[in-house]
Ligand binder design. Structure first.
Ligand code: ADP
Ligand code: MG
Length: 702
């Protein structure tokens, strides 16, 4: 049997495993085969060259390793169950070892007055040390076993440790695996890449990750394996993107016709920024390429994505197609609708809006007009996704604020025409480049990284609740100048009565502080009927109310240029990206705008970092990077997508440089040899196909 087949052997066959352990390994760690075990990488390493003396133990020592003997064993009855206690000594002192579980087994297997090496965490209580559930090995065995300075610590679970599958057992199994396979693992990267990056062989890397021969070899092993993991993810994403382009034909929009040209020459309300021009060019070239466009457009709040969307839709129209724009909320859809109607008023276009609250008769009219092509642009909420909504000829679908829609919804839009329409996804939540590369490696990405000119920096400050009176005074001054104000309360869960009460208490205190008739106050929250929400929102938009008390329902997209102050209550309870989104609601007009972050005095370290970041920068990408560091990628993207980052050894945040390099090399490989047919890429091709069929870390690639 060659080494490769051997690795597919079920784990049950490894000496020392047996049916029970095999079952646990499968269930708890997902280890089914030899190969899976080899890929169980340690979480960390401990310095095992050091043996402690009992007299040198510190109250807050981490895990320690001690050589000594058990001189006495006794069972101690206690209120809840029994515990087994051993007196353990070395030549410098004495401590207790304690077991709460597995006592029978310990009692039967332990040899008194025989040298052991014990390992574990010590507790300090009532003037003496003890060690619960130590790992133990006879000194004699310990000296024989394959052991290195850096002792790997493997991921474990409660069930595993209860069943006695300790770190030491895993270590033993790993040794056994290397013995049975002879440690001969084929390489998966080309000689060229290995040479350029000075990578050690895969076999050497796998050995050193489990049995480090030196600190240097360990770090080279880690580098090599991280690189490999990221390289294959990138390769997979790039190949997917390539195939998509080849396989999925798109409508070809060759013409730049009247609508686009006329709008560009005569009706543009402002000069486009350089970034907007660049992005429109990128989109134009996609639309003319013959392949279906799948593009992600990232641009910070206020960067001017709407005009890019409109101009892309005009290209579709010029080529005889319809276009649609989908937004996550009713309010946003209405705003887009009004904005686009205004922008296009000189063009003869038929623009309609369809949302959940569209009347049945109107709905019917829209359905009909869509099907016979009388509607050019349809704007709306996910009402657009309903089966009844059929286009005559949908050529381009735009989704605003991607993070509110799932991948499934993107796919639904595809089915709205014989050929899938071109898709443009727009998001204002900056996704750090590293993350975008892994998540959207199959989408092309455009970035608007420049704000329209004349935008003023929003002054952001952090104030404690105890300064509330001063803040209110400031608000009165701003309102006196004719400005409008948002006051936002956290409503982490729309259903949580607790949060809701905060909001209502807040509202009442605002009403007291800013009494009628001098002040008019709106309130909007998720528990209101949509019609009431819209009514209140409308009053604020028209300037009939000066203060908008709201929950995060206003977070996305709302545009009221005259609103220049954003107060965020209990700001410590919001995540960074949410704070940034909220702040983006102001600073949309010509006036100096402010964002005031209100908190109590008790703040966690993370909360402090978030507040400092907000005060320190308004760059969405910078904020996203900090967010990623604080929260980790899974959280950032929401649970549905967190599986994406289920990496075995690399860390998307910490290893972003390796990721960049992996992407670079994956691109190079494919540029030189798109079908991976060249002899020097034989192993790459083999591994690539292998990973596809095995579907281990690749499950997420839909
Ligand atoms: P977002 O990217 O957040 O969707 P919008 O498209 O709503 O941003 O644009 C925000 C504001 O900036 C709008 O009022 C829009 O008219 C204005 N705007 C967009 N592009 C420019 C530009 N190039 N010059 C001046 N103002 C612009
Ligand atoms: Mg927008």
């Amino acid at each position: 049997m060659n080494a490769h087949n051997l690795l597919q052997t079920p784990i049950d066959y490894l000496k020392g495993v047996g049916p029970n352990r095999a079952d646990l390994l499968r269930k708890e760690l997902g280890i089914h085969t030899y190969q899976d075990l080899i890929h169980l990488f340690p979480n960390r390493y401990l310095d095992k060259t050091r043996y402690y003396k009992l007299k040198d133990l510190q109250q807050n020592s981490a895990e320690v390793q001690i050589i000594g003997k058990i001189v006495h064993l006794k069972t101690v009855e206690q209120k809840r169950g029994k515990r087994l206690v051993a007196d353990f000594i070395d030549e410098t002192g004495k401590m207790e070892l304690v077991w709460f579980r597995g006592q029978k087994w310990v009692r039967e297997s332990i040899r008194l007055n025989t040298p052991y090496v014990i390992f574990g965490k010590v507790n300090w209580f009532n003037g003496s040390f003890s060690m619960p559930h130590p790992e133990m090995e006879l000194l004699e065995e310990h000296e024989k076993s394959l052991r290195t300075a850096m002792q790997p610590i493997y991921p474990s679970t409660d069930k595993l440790s209860k069943a006695g599958i300790t770190n030491r057992v895993i270590n033993k199994l790993m040794q056994q695996l290397f013995i049975e396979t002879g440690g001969k693992f084929y390489d998966t990267l080309s000689e060229e890449i290995k040479a350029e990056l000075k990578l050690i062989s895969r076999a050497k890397a796998l050995f050193n990750i489990h049995f480090p021969e030196s600190a240097e070899l360990l770090s080279r092993a880690q580098f090599r394996l991280k690189f490999e993991e990221l390289y294959y993810i990138q390769l997979q994403l790039l190949v997917k993107n390539m195939l998509q382009k080849k396989r999925i034909k798109g409508f070809i929009f060759e013409q730049i016709g009247n609508n686009f040209s006329e709008f560009y020459k005569e009706h543009l309300p402002f000069n486009l920024t350089g970034a907007q021009k660049r992005v429109i060019k990128e989109i134009r070239s996609d639309l003319g390429s013959g392949a279906q466009m799948n593009r992600l457009l990232q641009g910070d709040v206020g960067s001017g994505k709407t005009i890019v969307a409109l101009m892309s839709m005009l290209i579709a129209l010029d080529n005889g197609f319809q276009a649609c724009l989908m937004a996550p909320t009713e309010i946003l859809s209405v705003q887009h609708y009004q904005g686009l109607v205004e922008l296009c008023k000189e063009l003869e276009l038929s623009i309609f809006i369809l949302t959940g609250s569209t009347k049945t008769s109107k709905r019917r009219e829209i359905h009909e007009k869509l099907e016979n092509g009388e509607i050019d642009i349809l704007i709306g909420t996910h009402a657009l996704l309903e089966d009844k909504v059929k286009f005559k000829n949908l050529g381009l679908a735009i989704i605003d604020e991607q993070h509110r829609f799932g991948v499934a919804q993107r796919a639904k839009l595809w089915k709205k025409n014989v050929l899938p329409p071109h898709i443009l996804v727009m998001t204002a939540t900056p996704i750090p480049r590293t993350l975008a590369m892994s998540l959207y490696g199959d989408l092309d990405v455009s970035v608007i990284d420049e704000l329209p000119p004349g935008r003023q920096e929003i002054k952001t400050v952090h104030r404690y609740d105890s300064n509330r009176l001063k803040v209110f005074k400031f608000l009165r001054d701003e309102i006196a100048k004719g400005r409008q104000v948002y006051i936002v309360y956290p409503l982490i869960q729309e259903s949580a009565t607790m949060d809701y009460k905060d909001l209502m208490d807040g509202y009442e205190s605002v009403v007291r502080e800013f009494p009628m008739p001098d002040f008019q106050i709106s309130i909007v929250h998720g528990q209101m009927k949509p019609a009431d929400k819209d009514y209140e929102m409308e009053r604020f938009v028209k300037g009939e109310t000066q203060i908008m008390v709201a929950t995060t329902v206003i977070e996305v997209g709302v545009n009221v240029p005259n609103a220049s102050v954003m107060i965020i209550e209990s700001a410590e309870r919001f995540g960074l990206s949410q704070l940034h989104q909220l702040r983006g609601r102001v600073g949309r007009g010509a006036e100096q705008s402010y964002c005031i972050l209100m908190t109590g005095h008790k703040l966690s370290e993370d909360a402090k970092t978030r507040l400092q970041t907000m005060v320190g920068t308004s760059d969405g990408f910078e904020i996203a990077e900090v967010d990623l560091k604080l929260r980790g990628p899974g959280d950032l993207m929401g649970t549905q997508q967190s599986g994406v980052l289920n990496l075995k050894i690399a860390d998307i945040v910490k290893d972003s440089q390796i990721l960049q390099s992996a992407r670079y090399y994956a691109k190079q490989t494919l540029t030189k040899d798109p079908e991976l047919k060249a002899p020097e890429n034989k192993m790459i091709n083999f591994t690539f196909l292998q990973l596809r069929t095995n579907k281990n870390i690749w499950n997420y690639i839909s």
